[in-house]
Every structure is written in C-alpha cells, then in structure tokens.
Design a protein around this ligand. Sequence first.
Ligand SMILES: [Zn+2]
Length: 72
Amino acid sequence: MKCNINDCGGNVVDDEPNYIPLGTDMVLKITDKRCEKCGAVYVGGQYQKLERIQNRELCDKLYRFYEENLHG
Ligand SMILES: [Zn+2]
C-alpha cells in the first residue's frame, strides 16, 4: 500500500518487530507498519500484526535484556 498519512507516495512496509516475553517460553511478536519514504508510523488496528511464537531461548534472552536495562 502507499502512504496515506502524508500522501508522499512512499511504500508502507513492515517496521522492525517488537518482542514481548509471555510466560516462560512464549513470545509475542508485534509488527507495525512504517512508510519507507517519510517514516510515518502506522500503529495498531489493521496495520498491526500480532504473532505468538513458542521459543524458550528468545524468551530468556528478552528477560535478560529487560533485567540488564532495569539495573542500568
Ligand atoms: Zn509517507
């Protein structure tokens, strides 16, 4: 699809996904969309892709990452 926030004609593509750990081995992957040209971000609703991934290793990594950031 084309960017309709700024009407810049750029392509709207998947943004870098965010990962949120759920429980011990489940990860929620959230992908929003973003305009390649102007950088406008399309968040939520029809633009947001949610995916549950069962991956213990990734889950552990995310918890470690959050912990390290909390303790600064
Ligand atoms: Zn745009």
